[in-house]
Design a protein around this ligand. Structure first.
Ligand SMILES: C[C@H](O)[C@H](O)[C@@H](O)C(=O)CO
Ligand SMILES: [Mn+2]
Length: 411
């Protein structure tokens, strides 16, 4: 079907495809650096703790250096329509020096900032509270040892400084997301003490005010992880309360809840109490397995909520998945495009009609319209978006992905 026919089909439902395309073009997705190297990072390893994060698989082509990772990213962004962001973790520093986590500085990330400026990308950032000897107890900011807590507080403070400088350098606020792996494999007898310690450490880390046009602080909860099955100190309730009290962003990772919970349903509730939200769009399969996102119901519902509840203006969309059994660049490209396709579908829905039906308790109309619009020609509108943004789709996309993967396979 041609775009013009599709445009007319949507117009029949009162939907303006041009408005949807314009809106979609203005939604940046923060693509996570860690899909490119299986969450390994670029520092000399000093600990065994993976924080319960596991990338499984050994597909050829893992990026081993910052230059390789940037090359893979450039290729991937070239196949994703629109202007986007890169979400960098602190242990992806690019320097000949070997600073410990409590010694990192902006200069260690300057090559990333220069590159991001050249590529017209925004940057987001994360302190790295795992993969370090001082995290081997699965406790960092909530550790009973004040020396260990202070080490991680200093890392967190420095990460915020670096993120603020990134935001200033690029003229776009950098979201600095705090996630700690802290928890217990077996049932603790005291859940209050570690939570009090985590709260005090966060307060110390966040004590310095930064300009919100440069830095936005976010906190990320989790239900459980490998090795911390019995209790995660930074639970959803902990961080939801913290974010409301301290006016930080709340990060909702789609893999960090009970597998049957609908994370999309949380957006409107959370949005009544926090100004801004960070999403880690992911696909948990039975557990927090971080599979690459599909264009499935969970993602479609997430996009629908963002549009229906008018939350796009105060939600930062980040991705969080890592799969080492497939081409890493294909994972980035298809995963990010899936998020955009979901947003496009949501932007093409006849919301006024659906909401009117619901408000008047006409659930039959809501049901019929919801099902009938599934047959509308979304693919033609997506193809038009890709053509306008000069990125391929279909067989050409597949062939470009295959060629690149073949070129990096001997790494
Ligand atoms: C690498 C990220 O910080 C990490 O995935 C975190 O966001 C998370 O979701 C941990 O389970
Ligand atoms: Mn996450």
């Amino acid at each position: 079907m041609t775009y013009d026919s599709a445009k007319a089909a949507f117009a029949d439902w009162g939907v303006d495809t041009e408005a949807a395309l314009t809106k979609l073009a203005g939604i940046p997705i923060s693509m996570h650096c860690w899909q490119g190297d299986d969450v390994v990072g670029f520092e000399a390893k000093s600990g065994s703790s993976g924080g319960g994060i596991q990338a499984t698989g050994n597909h050829p082509g893992r990026a081993r250096t910052p230059d390789e990772l940037r090359a893979d990213l450039e290729f991937s962004y070239g196949l994703i329509p629109g202007n986007h962001r890169l979400n960098l973790h602190a242990f992806y520093l690019d320097t000949d020096q070997n600073p410990d986590r409590d010694e990192i500085e902006f200069s260690h990330f300057a090559p990333w900032v220069d590159w991001a400026r050249d590529q017209r990308l925004g940057l987001d950032f994360n302190p790295t509270f795992f993969a370090h000897a001082k995290a081997d107890d699965n406790l960092t900011l909530s550790h009973p040892d004040a020396g260990i807590r202070d080490f991680w507080i200093e890392h967190g403070r420095r990460s915020r400084d670096i993120a603020a400088q990134m935001g200033a350098a690029l003229g776009s606020a950098c979201v600095n997301n705090i996630w700690v792996p802290d928890g217990y494999k077996d049932t603790p007898v005291d859940r209050m003490a570690p939570r009090r310690r985590l709260e005090a450490s966060l307060d110390a880390m966040l004590a310095t005010d930064h300009d919100k046009t440069q830095l936005l602080d976010a906190v990320e909860s989790k239900l459980f992880g490998i090795g911390v099955e019995a209790c995660t100190v930074g639970s959803h309730e902990f961080y939801m309360g913290y974010a409301i009290r301290k006016a930080t962003l709340l990060c909702l990772d789609m893999g960090h809840f009970h597998p049957t919970e609908n994370v999309a349903d949380k957006l409107s509730s959370v949005a009544l109490s926090v100004d801004e939200i960070l999403l880690h769009v992911s696909r948990p399969m039975r557990w927090d397995s971080d599979h690459v996102i599909l264009l499935d119901d969970a993602i479609l519902q997430m996009a629908q909520e963002l549009v229906s509840a008018d939350l796009l203006g105060r939600t930062h969309i980040g991705l969080d998945f890592f799969d080492a059994t497939i081409s890493r660049t294909a994972a980035w490209v298809i995963g990010t495009r899936n998020m955009q396709k979901a947003l496009l579908r949501a932007l093409l829905a006849p919301w006024d009609r659906l909401k009117a039906a619901e408000t008047s308790l006409d659930y039959t109309s809501r049901f019929v319209v919801t099902e009938e619009i599934k047959d509308l020609p979304y693919a033609a509108v997506w193809a038009e978006f890709c053509a306008r943004m000069d990125v391929p789709l279909g067989q050409t996309l597949i062939s470009e992905l295959d060629t690149y993967q073949a070129n990096v396979a001997d790494r």
